[in-house]
Design a protein around this ligand. Structure first.
Ligand code: ADP
Ligand code: MG
Length: 295
């Protein structure tokens, strides 16, 4: 039979905006000593503000570039996709239809628009597509040191432009990291984003740089979770994306958000219904109290 206090813990958590899907999740939450966070959309707000578009090809205006990028992104639920589509809508731009599109998890999106092969995504994605970024770095040297995030937009194998946006930490992230440490729980950050941006956010939040992993593909995310687990740690993984779903499955306990991608939200042991990371702190405290009472 289910101990009454586990039931009341589940009920208490649910009333306070945290869905805990099993008694077992409570038992593990009480013991975790490590939380591995995804960055984009988890520690950061995700639906970032686009600041600027650097045009690298005179055949296009910055609005036309945004239309291409937003058209490629329009069916994705990734926070970068949402930021770009939102920006295009905000500028009153009309999106095109794309003939074909494919989400390259952890890299970006590929689409065919007006017969052009469009690629939108990370420097690594551009590299795999043999798209040269040197000219951009030469013309916009400040872009790489500004602390902004960059999304590259290429067409038919050539860089057309770069969307520059800022993706600041969630307002509660710094407090949550501090609270975790005071509970004796070590925070890690695991992101597909580049080192420069990952380290800047981690530094801002107080995450030890040794515990930051950047340019991590979905498979790498799983490996890191397993490595930490195999060192004898009890690991919670907290993430929001398709790129996180395997890591969520391998963690001792998985945490996601109401607003996350379907697969992340549906497989998570713990869902933060208010989309607020403080729910995780509450869940850990409730779990510890409950297990103290039982044992
Ligand atoms: P995180 O692990 O921080 O959530 P992802 O693994 O989702 O990040 O993405 C890693 C990188 O791949 C991003 O920083 C971005 O450069 C690129 N990327 C991923 N998805 C998209 C997308 N929909 N549009 C553009 N770029 C993307
Ligand atoms: Mg994410």
């Amino acid at each position: 039979s289910v101990p009454t206090s586990i039931l009341s813990a589940l009920t208490y958590a649910a009333r306070n905006g945290v869905l805990i899907r099993s008694g077992r999740a409570i038992e593990i939450l009480a013991r975790i000593d490590t939380v591995v966070f995804d960055k984009t959309g988890t520690l950061t707000v995700g639906h970032a503000g686009v600041n600027d578009v650097a045009v690298m090809d005179d055949r296009f205006t910055s609005d036309e570039l945004l239309v291409l990028a937003a058209t490629a992104e329009q069916r994705l639920t990734h926070p970068i996709a949402e930021a770009i589509v939102h920006c295009a809508n905000h500028r009153g731009l009309t999106l095109k239809t794309c003939e074909e599109w494919e989400y390259k998890v952890g890299l970006g999106v590929a689409a065919q628009i007006d017969g052009i092969e469009i690629r939108v995504g990370s420097p690594r994605f551009m590299k795999t597509e043999n798209i040269d970024l040197i000219e951009f770095e030469r013309r916009f040297p400040d872009a790489l040191t500004s602390g902004q995030s960059l999304v590259y937009v290429a067409g038919d194998g050539k860089l057309l432009g770069v969307v520059m946006y800022s993706d600041p930490p969630r307002q509660e992230s710094q407090d949550v990291i501090r609270e975790l440490k005071s509970l004796g729980v070590t925070p890690y950050m695991l992101t597909g984003d580049v080192k420069r941006v990952a380290n800047a956010i981690a530094g801002n939040l107080g995450i030890n740089p040794n515990n930051v992993y950047s340019e991590a593909f979905p498979e790498r995310k799983v490996e890191v979770v397993k490595e930490i687990h195999d060192r004898g740690k009890t690991v919670a993984f907290c993430g929001d994306g398709i790129n996180d779903s395997a890591a969520l499955a391998y963690a001792d306990v998985s945490v996601s958000f109401a607003g996350a991608t379907d697969i992340a939200r549906e497989t998570a042991d713990v869902v933060l219904m208010e989309n607020d990371l403080r729910g995780l702190i509450m869940a850990i405290k409730v779990a510890r109290d409950t297990m103290d009472i039982i044992w």
